[in-house]
Ligand binder design. Sequence first.
Ligand SMILES: N[C@@H]1[C@@H](O)[C@H](O)[C@@H](COP(=O)(O)O)O[C@@H]1O
Length: 242
Amino acid sequence: MNIITFDSDEKLNEAAANIIVGQVQTIPRAVLGLATGGTPVGIYKQIVRDYERGMVSFRNVTTFNLDEYVNIPVDHPESYHSYMKSHLFDHIDLPESQRFIPNGNASNLDDECRRYDEAIELSGQIDLQLLGLGHNGHIGFNEPSHALIKGTHTVDLAEQTLEANARFFASIDEVPKQALTMGVGTILKAKKILLVVKGADKADIIKQALQGPITTDVPASLLQTHPNLIVLLDTAAAGKLA
Ligand SMILES: N[C@@H]1[C@@H](O)[C@H](O)[C@@H](COP(=O)(O)O)O[C@@H]1O
């Protein structure tokens, strides 16, 4: 595991963007796993900047997002479909047919999850998976539980997740209660994982994830088993690491 700490948000975003852009420069047909949430916003901004400077093309890239809310209109400003368009997809040359996000409005969610796993399988392996970290240790929307699920599945969001994500909605009652998420099996199958964590409010959970026991109670702790994990932290998030 390679942990790097940054004293500015700008440097952290640049470093993360360099890893992602570098991956595409090395393998133009790269398969990228993408994340949403507050953490990657600045990273996507930097990637768009690099694209505008002509440093990289996403023409041959395929992307798979980690998750999407269930029963949120695709064009709702807080759907992850909208998020990806406004922060990244609308600004780069990634063809629409090569962007995958689970469909939380599918009439049969189980079929949708199977379809999503098949699409990932068909693309080969995810070369680089970008991850954020939930306050309760979730990755994607794999919430703490006595058991974790390997493939894409429907999940009931934890109370803490609803509270954390309420900041994006008018009130907590408007936060969708369920989501579709890639499973931990799929996440761990990625050739390389880039975990990005920011803020003092995540100092405890990142310590548990990286230096605590490997447990399904902290889904991110499973990342300790991954052979090619890069962790980028700001100094606030790194504050409690040994
Ligand atoms: N499903 C997403 C995760 O993929 C994300 O990593 C996490 C942290 O989000 P943030 O970066 O806003 O703290 O929670 C969200 O709800």
